[in-house]
Design a protein around this ligand. Structure first.
Ligand SMILES: [Zn+2]
Ligand SMILES: [Zn+2]
Ligand SMILES: [Zn+2]
Length: 125
């Protein structure tokens, strides 16, 4: 872990939900883009963060849970991504019962569950 990587990780920890690149850049004092992109890539490979792409254009990053990545670089997420159309936040939501989907003839490595609507805060105002 370089000091820069610690700093980037710290930014992720200071946000409650997923953040996009510009939010991340605003929090960093001094950085160069290439290093930042590389850091994000490394973090994804190490299972520290994951990338979320929703509605085809919104791309954010969120911290992973423990047990992601490591040996096989596989992300194991039993959670759903919820995009709020009001505040435009993306929430990682843990599901108690993660649906088990089996497809004959296909080997599934990864399933991503996505939902969109309004979050609690936005639907109450
Ligand atoms: Zn992960
Ligand atoms: Zn909202
Ligand atoms: Zn997530």
């Amino acid at each position: 872990m370089t000091p820069f990587r610690m700093e980037v990780l710290g930014v992720f920890k200071s946000f409650e939900n997923a953040i996009d690149l510009s939010q991340l850049e605003q929090q960093l004092v001094d950085f160069d883009r290439i290093t930042l992109y590389r850091t994000l890539k490394t973090f994804q490979e190490k299972g520290l963060i994951h990338e979320i792409v929703m509605t085809g254009e919104i791309k954010k990053y969120a911290l992973c849970e423990d047990g992601c990545g490591d040996a096989d670089h596989q992300h194991q997420h039993n959670h759903l991504h919820f995009y709020c159309k009001g505040c435009q936040e993306i929430y990682c939501i843990d599901l108690k019962e993660y649906p088990e989907i089996r497809l004959p003839k296909f080997q599934i490595d990864n399933i991503e569950l996505q939902a969109e609507g309004l979050c609690d805060k936005c639907s109450n105002c």
